[in-house]
Design a protein around this ligand. Structure first.
Ligand SMILES: [Zn+2]
Length: 244
């Protein structure tokens, strides 16, 4: 689902920018362009809890190591906080990183980094998210890692060279938005996500939420491909509206 997530983040961000422009409050070019890349990459972040995810293979052994650790930490957190009604979870996948809480905290951290760290923090966030976005569209493992790393470096260098030195607090918005787009996408699958953790629902702290059955699909199936292409069309339409 990696590419579908990335497309959902980019399409959602471009769509939001198009709505703002139509409402008479257009976002500046850096917010539109850089924000789209960041939202696309951040839309993969929640899968940092799985050692075989697109995120894990983005930056080779480094990201695999980090994702394995995050997955284990999530599994421990789930085991220690689940109620008797929650089902057991052994690998930690689709737990803490698939919650609104995670999206908001990650966005706040990025915003604080952009506010305090300026262009340096912006370059770090852009490097990581560009790498993720490229990796999602380039599934070949070895070359994809090289492409993601080089692409991230080039984008971050371009940002440092041509971008303003400060005023990057808004980075947190596309980061949080991308994570939320991922969570919404996973909620449309049969497995669902515990989006509202730690709020107890029906006696469960990790209650998995899903969209109604008619709006659900299995991962990798025809429905997912259709949704992805609809999102691509939406992104192109929003981009065109912003350009004219
Ligand atoms: Zn996921």
């Amino acid at each position: 689902m990696g590419s579908s997530h990335a497309v959902s983040g980019a399409a959602g961000w471009l769509g939001g920018c198009a709505v703002l422009a139509a409402a008479g409050a257009p976002a500046g070019p850096p917010v539109v362009v850089v924000g789209t890349v960041i939202a696309a990459g951040a839309a993969l972040l929640p899968d940092c809890d799985h050692p075989s995810s697109c995120v894990a293979y983005t930056f080779g052994p480094v990201s695999r190591f980090v994702c394995r650790r995050i997955g284990r930490a999530c599994a421990v957190l789930h085991a220690r906080t689940r109620t008797p009604l929650d089902v057991r979870d052994l690998d930690g996948h689709r737990t803490l990183t698939h919650t609104v809480l995670f999206a908001l905290v990650t966005g706040l951290l990025a915003a604080a980094g952009g506010w305090l760290g300026g262009i340096v923090a912006a370059a770090v966030v852009t490097f990581a998210t560009t790498g993720l976005a490229i990796r999602a569209l380039w599934p070949k493992r070895k070359r994809g890692t090289l492409g993601a790393t080089l692409g991230g470096l080039v984008t971050a260098a371009a940002l440092v060279t041509f971008g303003p030195a400060d005023g990057w607090w808004w980075l947190g918005v596309p980061v949080a938005f991308g994570c939320l787009a991922h969570i919404a996408g996973d909620a449309m699958t049969n497995t669902g996500v515990p989006a509202l953790f730690p709020l107890p629902i029906g006696g469960r702290r990790w209650r998995r939420l899903r969209t109604p059955r008619m709006l659900r699909f299995g991962t990798g199936g025809r429905a997912e491909h259709l949704v992805r292409w609809l999102l691509v069309a939406g992104a192109i339409g929003a981009g065109w509206l912003l350009a004219v």
